[in-house]
Design a protein around this ligand. Structure first.
Ligand code: FAD
Length: 336
């Protein structure tokens, strides 16, 4: 374990905010977690920080940041059809994608290119191109901060939902995830329900392989999303709003091209990006912050933006979307 005081967080958040943490604890091995919990996480404020790609620091952090930096992908069980992997929280998500492609394990290839660490993947149940990570998670292990006890939650106990889980609800700020177990398939199969992906694969006339699907996802993402190493951002800033079908139908009269997907309980999930675009925010810049030219859902730091500048853009969007559509947008990003 390493302890740093007044630690600069610029390289630990993809928005590139110039902020610092009073105390920064880096965990180099998972077994150090109980000691770190006992020593540093019994007193507010604290924050568990992975790769910082879903975190907007709104100020210097006057507390303790704990950063799991332990790595490892282990094959725990292998049968004819499935494989069980135990992956350390500090492993970059992209390493797991590459490991699965190399070993021909199917299930998460559509999640190629999502930044961040494996320990954060269950927190908001990361998803893209018709796949959510919940469909491959077998169990999650870690420690409860308030009791200092280890926990182990199976898939249903994680209470996964759309960009949601128990780790964002009852266990919010009360746990540190150390390992995520994945059950992946050894049988060749793909999820091509997202039309853009199916079409892109067809156009490229490539054989369907883990490599070609992953590569295609990456290329689609590159056309829509800015690379955080070049333009600071936190991916989708808002959740896609879910509304009653009746409200969607009423809006459709005025906006016939409104995109909607079926959601559970007879509701409709709208595209936050489209609503923001229709509210006139696509590619708009206010000071050093704004929205991305190819995807209005992504708020960006054009260089030297302060947290307040990003929040001003976010609040402007929330106000205008509410005024135009009577829909309250909810932030997906964690504001600290
Ligand atoms: C360019 C870009 C594209 C993106 N695309 C997608 C996408 O397609 N789909 C998608 O779902 N997301 C996407 N994201 C959002 C983000 O990458 C994911 O949510 C990712 O899982 C966050 O990982 P992280 O390690 O960076 O999380 P962080 O921002 O560090 O943390 C996120 C949350 O998880 C908690 N946390 C982190 N590690 C632990 C741990 N070990 N134990 C307990 N809690 C922990 C934090 O406290 C925080 O609440 C994108 C982001 C960017 C910048």
């Amino acid at each position: 374990m390493k302890l740093f005081e007044n630690h600069n967080l610029k390289s630990y958040n993809t928005f590139g905010m110039e902020v610092s943490a009073r105390r920064f604890v880096q965990l180099d091995v998972a077994e150090e977690t109980p000691a770190a919990v006992a020593e540093y996480l019994q007193q507010w404020p604290y924050y568990i920080l992975g790769g910082g790609s879903n975190t907007l620091f709104t100020n210097d952090f006057n507390g303790t940041i704990v950063h799991p930096a332990f790595h490892g992908i282990e094959r725990m069980e292998e049968g004819g059809e499935n494989v069980l992997l135990r992956v350390a929280a500090g492993e970059p998500w992209e390493n797991l994608i590459q490991y699965c492609i190399k070993n021909q394990y199917f299930g998460i290839e559509n999640l190629t290119g999502i930044p961040g660490l494996v320990g954060s993947a269950p927190v908001q149940n990361i998803g893209a191109y018709g796949v959510e990570v919940k469909d491959t998670i077998y169990k999650v292990q870690g420690y409860i901060l308030s009791t200092r006890n280890p926990f182990e939650l199976n898939n249903s106990e994680c209470q996964f939902g759309y960009r949601n889980s128990i780790f964002k609800q009852t266990l919010k700020n009360d746990c540190i995830i150390t390992y995520v177990w994945f059950q992946l398939s050894k049988i060749k199969h793909f999820t091509l329900t997202y039309q853009g992906l199916a079409k892109a694969l067809e156009e490229r006339e490539l054989p369907l392989t883990l490599h070609s699907v992953s590569d295609c996802v990456r290329k689609i993402r590159d056309t829509k999303l800015p690379d955080p190493k070049i333009v600071g951002n936190g991916g989708s800033f808002f959740k896609n709003p879910v509304v009653p079908t009746e409200q969607y139908r009423e809006l459709q009269v005025q906006y016939p091209d409104l995109v909607a997907y079926d959601a559970p309980n007879g509701l409709k999930k709208l595209s936050a990006g489209q609503l923001i675009e229709k509210a006139g925010w696509k590619g708009r810049r206010v000071g050093n912050a704004g929205t991305w030219k190819n995807q209005a859902l992504v708020l960006v730091n054009y260089g030297g933006a302060t947290p307040q500048e990003v929040l001003n853009v976010a609040n402007g969007i929330i106000h205008d979307v509410k005024t135009l559509f009577n829909i309250p947008l909810e932030m997906e990003i964690n504001r600290i």
